[in-house]
Design a protein around this ligand. Structure first.
Ligand SMILES: Nc1ccn([C@@H]2O[C@H](COP(=O)(O)O)[C@@H](O)[C@H]2O)c(=O)n1
Ligand SMILES: C[C@@]1(CO)OP(=O)(O)OP(=O)(O)OC[C@H]1O
Length: 157
């Protein structure tokens, strides 16, 4: 078995929606990013890459490459999953935490899990997504950005 951890942060700018776990969420701000800024999916990509000692998302999808300008992070995740599959591994389970003072995401979590389960080729019961505020502390508490952690366990096919 292999375990991997991923962590990502994206800063806010003026805007009217964010994409989180592949779900469009109306909000009073938007992410600063080269791609769609999906901080949760970036953390998941890094966890998968980390489990197989394949570096990180920036190594595979450089933020200087115009091909990834505005990229759908579900597409990036599927590319990473092809690497996982190609090396003979499968996902046993994924657990994630979104750190966000706002917006509230609980009503979107089921759809995030559905998308993650599809992209990781696993059942819903193998994917958990949870959220916490930081009780108004720090940059997240000041609503300057959002962070996400992901931990994944892989098994041999
Ligand atoms: N952006 C967020 C943050 C939290 N939640 C949900 O609220 C619950 C309470 O959060 P605390 O930070 O006060 O522990 C948390 O368990 C989440 O279910 C959310 O939906 N969106
Ligand atoms: C996803 C990539 C690729 O366009 O860009 P960003 O959306 O800026 O995201 P980040 O997590 O800062 O780094 C990984 C990047 O290479």
């Amino acid at each position: 078995m292999r375990i991997g951890h991923g962590y990502d942060v994206h800063r806010f700018q003026a805007g009217d929606f964010i994409t989180l776990g592949g779900v469009r969420i109306e909000h009073t701000q938007a992410f600063v990013a080269h791609s769609d800024g999906d901080v949760l999916l970036h953390a998941v990509c890094d966890a998968l890459l980390g489990a197989l000692a394949l570096g990180d998302i920036g190594r595979h999808f450089p933020d200087t490459d115009p091909r990834f300008n505005g990229a759908d992070s579900r597409g990036l995740l599927r590319v990473v999953m092809n690497m996982v599959d190609g090396k003979g591994w499968h996902v046993i389970n994924l657990d994630c935490t979104i750190l966000a003072q706002a917006p509230k995401v609980s009503s979107h979590i089921d759809l995030m899990r559905t998308y993650l389960a599809q992209d990781l080729q696993v059942g819903l019961e193998q994917v958990n997504v949870k959220a916490t505020t930081t009780e108004q502390l720090g940059y997240i508490g000041r609503e300057e950005g959002i962070a996400a952690h992901a931990v994944v366990l892989l098994g041999r096919r």
